[in-house]
Design a binder for this molecule. Sequence first.
Ligand SMILES: Cc1cc2nc3c(=O)[nH]c(=O)nc-3n(C[C@H](O)[C@H](O)[C@H](O)COP(=O)(O)OP(=O)(O)OC[C@H]3O[C@@H](n4cnc5c(N)ncnc54)[C@H](O)[C@@H]3O)c2cc1C
Length: 448
Amino acid sequence: MPQAYEASLAGWGNHPRLRCVVTRPERRRELQRVLDARGTLGRGLGRSYGDAALNDRGTVIDMTGLDRYLAFDEERGELRVEAGASLRQIIDDFAPRGFFPRIVPGTKFVTVGGSIANDVHGKAHHVDGCISESVVDLDLLLADGSVRRCSRDENAELFWATVGGMGLTGLVLAATLRLRRIETTYFRQKAIRVGNLEEMVAALDEHDRQHRYSVAWVDPMAKGERLGRGVLTVGDPASLEDLPAAKRYKARAVSPPSPLVVPLEMPSFALNSTTVRLLDVVIEQMQAGAGALAHYEKFFFPLDFVGEWWRGYGPKGFIQYQFVIPLDDGLRRMRGILERIVASDQVPFLNVLKKFGKANPAPLSFPFEGYTLAIDFPVRPGLGELTRDLDARVLDAGGRLYLGKDSMMDAATMAAMYPRLEEWRAVKKSVDPDGVFTSNLARRVGLA
Ligand SMILES: Cc1cc2nc3c(=O)[nH]c(=O)nc-3n(C[C@H](O)[C@H](O)[C@H](O)COP(=O)(O)OP(=O)(O)OC[C@H]3O[C@@H](n4cnc5c(N)ncnc54)[C@H](O)[C@@H]3O)c2cc1C
């Protein structure tokens, strides 16, 4: 039986930070015994930004001790793995053998279970969809201690309620993931500078048809005619012939851990409009000046280069505000939202814009066909007022927020943004009538 201990936990944004009772089982059979009827939550690597993986004064089960490979079907490229395994671990072990996760978010330090609970998306959503597209099946530990295998054909309703279900239907114990065959761990890429939002949207529309991966950095400070200016980066997997001779003998190289870590929390005043402007110049140069060939580490996970970088935002932490709005009238709506942000006295940083493809059948999965923007804001007085105003604009545009990033939205906004919430609640009630699985996010937005 694993020891339980009290710990101060936060998501990646370090806001909020709460005391939880943590256990870290290493065997499946231990899990039944640590389920706490007064409220339990699974947690992966804590890369959700807000309170999705927090349970104030309640039990949090750290799933990272369950990280074993259970089976690998090389012919089909299907890996059966425990839910606490990280994408980093899978890449390190399987990329040299010619396999890579089909969908990866902007960090590799996420677990399989956490990625399923948020139904994470990557730079290829318009082609590949979310991680659920690559989940063949999953084993779910329910509140009554039983285990149910879920897939598109077996317990399908529960499968779709678990995908994007924020850990609230049960604990994902293991999943079968379909991996992608790769010739190399490199990507061909191209950076396109764009002068304003109209050009950015036109560039996304044009290049998404030609490339598997696309993502844009948008200058968070640009105003007026330059509003929405930035750099669009598009790319595709590199074949062996695409590599220069010197790289071919190590075509499927994986990267060693980065030695760089932000050692201390920066003071709150360190990130202000002047320092952000300076950092933005550096980021823009890096984006625009990127070479034609990039290793997956730089291509998918540039932010992983510096460990614990959340400390750079200071002790009060930060939020990431990510929303999606429909394509229809999307340009005008996006312009209104960006104008509101630049006119505020907050300090927006690291704006990332993407175009999503079609939604999948999961009632709480975030992406649908539209434009998505993610913006970091250090937590400062007045931020709540701004996000409430942005929520209203996103809602009015027919859009919604990403629960995996959120820490501010209220239950009424949630219900309005996710019209299939009742459908999800009915499935939750059928498998967890007493609400054993809960979290701060669940209680805040009405999922508990
Ligand atoms: C730098 C950075 C870049 C990112 N880029 C993207 C991106 O491009 N796209 C994107 O979609 N997301 C992105 N994210 C968010 C991140 O991918 C998700 O929040 C992911 O779910 C985190 O996984 P985790 O293992 O850390 O889960 P945690 O944050 O620990 O938990 C997330 C949720 O999963 C639940 N959970 C965890 N394990 C289990 C389990 N075994 N069974 C049931 N529920 C479980 C938790 O209860 C919680 O609700 C990014 C995050 C960072 C820090």
